[in-house]
Ligand binder design. Structure first.
Ligand SMILES: *Cc1c(COP(=O)(O)O)cnc(C)c1O
Length: 382
């Protein structure tokens, strides 16, 4: 089976992890800060806080922005469930902004209409979580303008998008957001097995997220409520979590980050080749605006005829091609239906869902495998 995504592990990755195994610290050692510093440099951002998943990074990001019971968080319905669940963990209500039909990213004009209605009913969101689907940035500049006009904060769920750029700056720079989140799950661009990161330019948010990922505990005397009792002393200031990344994971991530540019270049090459090979078929391929570089975490095609999606999908799976669908709209999940959402609420996201298939896309995908994918797809569509 050719999977839709796959990690790339080389000898240097393995050596880096082994080196940590033979060192004094498997966790809470020097490699996590080194990985954080590397990602902060690559992203041109001040602070980076590594966590044990993007899901936990999203959770502490929401908490750091003051999200709690009674808060309102809006996000895209066309994402992995974690983009919305993070608000629910904090007791906040979630609502969804329908997508722009070509990119699948949340639609700025739909958002503006929804914000105007919400202003009239005094139900404006506290935070909007923008998801960069497949690695293509949302229209962050427009979103940033809206955030000033309507008074909300912004989290970028860039789980797909490490290595991409927008307006010439790396995704993760937080130029137009409070916090950006990366995921290092093995299907994503670089991996730590499980892992995530929260990036910000705001020192208070960074400090909050650092506290929350490790039980709410500090060893920094300047943060304590009374003088330290001695070198053993720490204080728990808040109810935090154990969301720490291990040094084993960080060593893998640090080694992987050496190849980030190569990974993105390879994905670009494969995407360009798909674009060309698929141009005559009855489907739409991803378009990337001139001001963006997509990391191409996913290569999502949209069939013209949604009625054929299931048979095409099944034919490709039968031929050993591990196609997938990203995503089932979050609001149609039973958990969210119980909260009052239903089919029909977000028509663009639902139509997008019905048309899409994610084709294999990962650095080690060969041209002959790609030809096999295209030939099988052509046959299934014939
Ligand atoms: C993968 C993913 C997540 C969750 O990432 P984990 O690191 O597995 O917790 C969140 N949001 C999006 C959009 C994702 O694709």
């Amino acid at each position: 089976m050719i999977p839709y995504g796959r990690q790339h592990i080389d000898e240097e990755d393995i050596a880096a992890v082994v080196q940590v195994l033979q060192s004094d610290f498997l966790t809470q050692g020097p490699v996590v800060p080194a990985f954080e510093q590397r990602l902060a440099e690559l992203s041109q951002v001040q602070f980076a806080i590594a966590t044990n998943s993007a899901t936990s990074a999203l959770h502490v990001a929401c908490l750091a922005l003051g999200i709690g019971i009674g808060s309102r968080v809006w996000t895209s319905p066309l994402s992995f469930v974690a983009s919305a669940n993070c608000a629910r963990y904090c007791g906040a209500s979630v609502d969804f902004v329908d997508i722009e039909p070509d990119s699948g990213n949340l639609c700025i004009s739909t958002l503006r209409q929804k914000l105007e209605l919400a202003r009239a009913t005094e139900t404006l969101p506290d935070v909007v979580i923008a998801v960069h689907l497949a690695g293509l940035s949302c229209d962050m500049q427009q979103l940033y303008h809206l955030s000033h006009e309507f008074g909300f904060r912004i989290i970028e769920d860039a789980s797909h998008a490490v290595g991409g750029s927008y307006q010439g700056r790396p995704i993760g720079s937080c130029q137009y957001s409070d916090i950006t989140i990366f995921s290092f799950h093995p299907v994503k661009i670089i991996t730590t097995g499980e892992g995530g990161m929260a990036l910000t330019n705001n020192p208070e948010l960074a400090e909050q997220m650092q506290l929350l990922r490790s039980h709410g505990i500090t060893r920094d005397e300047t943060e304590m409520t009374e003088p330290s009792h001695g070198a053993w002393y720490y204080q728990q200031l808040q109810l935090g979590f154990n969301y720490r990344m291990t040094d084993l994971q960080a060593a893998l991530g640090l080694s992987q980050s050496n190849r980030l540019a190569d990974f993105i270049a390879k994905r670009q090459q494969l995407a360009a080749r798909y674009h060309q090979l698929l141009s005559q078929l009855p489907l739409d391929t991803p378009e990337v605006p001139a001001d963006s570089v997509s990391s191409y975490h996913l290569y999502i095609i949209r069939l013209h005829d949604k009625a054929r999606r299931k048979s095409v999908f099944d034919a490709m799976r039968a031929a050993g091609i591990g196609v997938n669908v990203h995503y089932i709209p979050i609001h149609t999940q039973p958990y969210y239906q119980q909260l009052g959402f239903d089919w029909g609420d977000l028509p663009q996201a639902e139509l997008f869902y019905e048309r899409i298939i994610s084709l294999p896309m990962f650095p080690e995908l060969t041209e002959s495998e790609q030809d096999h994918v295209v030939a099988t797809l052509s046959k299934a569509l014939a």
